[in-house]
Design a protein. Structure first.
Length: 171
C-alpha cells in the first residue's frame, strides 16, 4: 500500500465530525514494512485474527481521549466520535479499492503497555487494512465459511423506532 493512499485514508478520518471539535481519536499504525513494530501489533491480536490479518499491509489500533482538552471534563462522545472517524477511514479505503476490517479481538491490556497508550485514552478497535484476498487461503474452516456465507443483519424494525422505544417506524 502506498504512503499517499494511507495518507488519503487518514485525512478522511481526520475530517470526521466530533463533539466540540475535540477529535479524540488516535491511530497507532504499523505497516508491514515497519518490521518489529508490525510484529508487535500483530502479536496483540487474538490468534484467530492473527491468522488472516498477518497478510494485511497495515495494522492499526484506535484510541479515544476520555476527556476534553480544553477543560478536562469527561467526553461522553469520545468513542462515538472515534467510531465516526473509523467509518470515514473505511469508506475512503473502499473508494481507493482497499478493505478495512475492524476487530474487537485483541489484548487491550497488552496493547496499552506495548504501545504506550496513556490512561486518559480508551481503546477502540483494531483494524486490518489491505487488499481483499480469496477465502480459500484461510486455513481455519470458520473463517472460510464466514467469508463465503450470506451476510445476515437485524431487520430495521429492531434498529429504528418511530418516536418511542419499540414503536415501529413507518417508512
Amino acid at each position: 500500500m502506498s504512503n499517499p493512499d494511507l495518507r488519503t485514508i487518514l485525512e478522511a478520518a481526520r475530517w470526521a465530525a466530533s463533539s466540540n471539535n475535540e477529535q479524540p481519536w488516535r491511530f497507532l499504525i504499523a505497516r508491514k514494512s515497519d518490521g518489529d513494530a508490525y510484529d508487535r501489533m500483530l502479536s496483540l491480536l487474538v490468534p484467530r485474527n492473527q491468522e488472516w490479518a498477518r497478510s494485511a499491509p497495515v495494522l492499526m489500533i484506535m484510541a479515544a481521549k476520555r476527556t476534553f482538552s480544553h477543560n478536562g471534563s469527561p467526553n461522553s462522545y469520545a468513542l462515538h466520535d472515534t467510531g465516526a472517524a473509523l467509518a470515514h477511514f473505511m469508506l475512503q479505503a473502499h473508494a481507493l479499492g482497499l478493505f478495512a476490517h475492524g476487530m474487537a479481538g485483541f489484548d487491550r491490556v497488552r496493547a496499552r503497555e506495548v504501545l504506550g497508550i496513556p490512561e486518559d485514552y480508551e481503546l477502540g478497535a483494531a483494524v486490518a487494512l489491505g487488499y481483499l484476498d480469496v477465502p480459500e487461503k484461510l486455513t481455519d474452516e470458520k473463517h472460510r465459511k464466514g467469508e463465503t456465507s450470506k451476510r445476515v443483519r437485524k431487520p430495521l424494525d429492531e434498529l429504528a423506532f418511530g418516536g418511542h422505544w419499540g414503536q415501529p417506524l413507518t417508512l
